[in-house]
Design a protein around this ligand. Sequence first.
Ligand SMILES: Cc1cc2nc3c(=O)[nH]c(=O)nc-3n(C[C@H](O)[C@H](O)[C@H](O)COP(=O)(O)O)c2cc1C
Length: 221
Amino acid sequence: MTFLQRLLSALYPQTPTQETPMPTPIKLAIVYYSTYGTNHAMAEAAAEAARQAGAEVRVVKVRETAPQDVVNSQDAWKAQQERTAHVQEATPDDLEWADAILLSSPTRFGGAASQIRAYIDTLGGLWGTGKLANKTFSAMTSAQNPNGGQETTLQTLYVTAMHWGAILVPPGYTDPVIFASGGNPYGASVTADGGHLKDTDIASIQHQARRLVEVTQQLKR
Ligand SMILES: Cc1cc2nc3c(=O)[nH]c(=O)nc-3n(C[C@H](O)[C@H](O)[C@H](O)COP(=O)(O)O)c2cc1C
């Protein structure tokens, strides 16, 4: 240890030296599906908070499974597809890479979108070799109606993660922002408004993302 390092560590015991390197950032995969933009905006809001909390973040979209002529038949759907043409499509490798997983799906008839389920169905190889075990997991959703099935959507995603042996990190009531955004302890749930997020939604999404990063950091120590 050089004189300067000795001096610094005497003055500031927490200062990283060659002997105490900075911890490796945790890796967070944010996997979303979004027809109209809400879950895409949620994923971006979560990514911003997670990066600020020190995580290395990948935001990836799951593959569209609807036929292209069906997508083209709705201007808003087609526009969202074009807006996000640059976003990488999720592969199983993204989850193998990650320490922490955040899934974001629209509510469809009280469950996750079929596009998200189709992606989950490609994960058998990872699950079968135990590669999804012990990763942390959290989920977010949106629905048209405040009581349109957000809670069941989140619960079914958590049930899937339980099959993997993942470690569930729901927000619970760990911050007042949860109450202000509707009080869903299972995960951020937005009442969809054409992709626009309210400040209260962003606050709860970002709290959930920070908490996922912090819990994962503690587990990796
Ligand atoms: C096939 C279909 C089923 C849906 N089912 C529900 C539902 O059960 N409850 C509800 O409140 N909204 C429902 N919606 C509305 C979506 O949840 C809403 O469009 C979505 O949350 C918007 O997210 P996005 O902008 O990321 O696509 C449904 C929409 C579609 C197209």
